[in-house]
Write a protein that binds this ligand. Structure first.
Ligand code: SD4
Length: 348
């Protein structure tokens, strides 16, 4: 099992200081000096998910991923398919009214409408997605129906809603007393700061989940209510295959959380899988995808994007712009929540 760990250190250290990295793409570039990025995990750190071949594992973004992983794990432990596991897993988050960034209880847009984005992808490269979906509690299951019951990959807005109703999904008001209260509070000022919202450590975000099943197959799912109080009609990265999620069963899978505009512009999850194809570890690939965003954004300190990747051998990697990113892991041995920055600091 891989145990090698390297961490970068204090703020201001350039990445080029790491002379022993195995890959070349990122080697020639430094993150901006004096950055908070220095506290993060940055090299070939794969042990959290490394495990014997054929052993299932599931990983998810943020601490609400722990409950989602448990549900997904029940499927995997029974020998079930990774696709069933991730759908089952993220439905837990979608149904939880206390989570203000996903499904039921998710914060609405600036006009008070809860609009949901979701996608999933399986081991065969099949994909399904819904965008700007309203009144349906489980967009991930609608995305699966799009994948399995239509010749298309994505349905949006009223068409997606109509399709969901035709498929028997119940309609319901997804605004809870609490999310309505928060929206009213926000409406009093109408101060639109979607970016800093994402940097707030108290804000629990989009769930993206990746699973490897007993048969060695990978799948992933992503579901969100998007940026809180977003413009009506805004769609983020979460339903975009290649941006918030990508799965290639021969290589690995990757997923995202955070400011979707940045993930979309860099096609982050596809990039990570392609970098793994070229030989990078999941961790190094996530870091490179983060660097692509940081390099082009003078305002990167106000942006959070977190990536999570799982290769076909069960190795896990993760990297984020800001230090508050966490991911949850469940396998046969353990359940754990990793705060990427704390782990780096503790192991340094
Ligand atoms: C979006 N990526 O709509 C989503 C929001 C999110 O963590 O992930 N928040 O841009």
């Amino acid at each position: 099992m891989t145990t090698r760990r390297k961490f970068l250190i204090g703020a201001g250290a350039g990445l080029a200081a790491l002379g022993t990295r195995k890959f070349s793409l990122a080697q020639s570039r430094d993150l901006p000096q004096g950055s908070g990025v220095g506290l993060q995990l940055i090299d070939e750190i794969v042990p959290p998910g490394a495990q014997p071949a054929g052993t299932p594992v599931v990983v998810s973004t943020w601490n609400h991923g722990t409950a989602a992983n448990e549900a997904a794990w029940n499927v995997l432990a029974d020998g079930g398919r990774a696709l069933d596991a991730v759908e089952t897993g993220v439905r837990v988050t979608e149904a939880d009214p206390s989570i203000s960034s996903v499904g039921y209880g998710g914060f609405p847009d600036r006009d008070g409408h809860v609009t949901l984005d979701s996608c999933l992808m399986d081991e065969h490269g099949n994909a399904g997605a819904v965008a700007f979906l309203q009144d349906i509690k489980h967009p991930v299951s609608v995305a699966r129906a799009v994948m399995e019951k239509t010749p298309h990959v994505m349905l949006a807005g009223e068409g997606a809603r109509r399709f969901a109703v035709e498929q028997g999904f119940p309609t319901e008001d997804l605004l809870t007393d609490s999310s309505r209260r928060e929206w009213k509070k926000w409406s009093a000022e109408k101060h639109y700061t979607p970016w800093s919202q994402q940097s707030n450590p108290a804000n629990h975000d989009t769930i993206s989940q990746l699973a490897l099943d007993r048969h060695g197959n990978l799948s992933g799912a992503c579901t969100t209510s998007g940026l809180a109080f977003k413009m009506h009609g805004r769609v983020g990265d979460s339903p975009i295959i290649g941006a918030a999620l990508y799965v290639d069963n021969d290589i690995g899978a990757a997923c995202a959380t955070g400011v979707g505009e940045e993930v979309m512009k860099t096609v982050g999850s596809f990039l990570i899988v392609e970098l793994m194809r070229q030989g990078m570890s999941p961790n190094a690939a996530c870091r490179e995808a983060v660097e692509r965003i940081v390099q082009k954004n003078p305002d990167w300190r106000n942006i959070q994007v977190g990536y999570l990747a799982l290769d076909r051998a069960g190795n896990v990697g993760s990297y984020a712009i800001q230090p508050n990113f966490q991911y949850a892991l469940r396998n046969g041995d353990r359940t754990e929540l990793t705060n990427v920055a704390d782990r780096a600091a503790a192991d340094h």
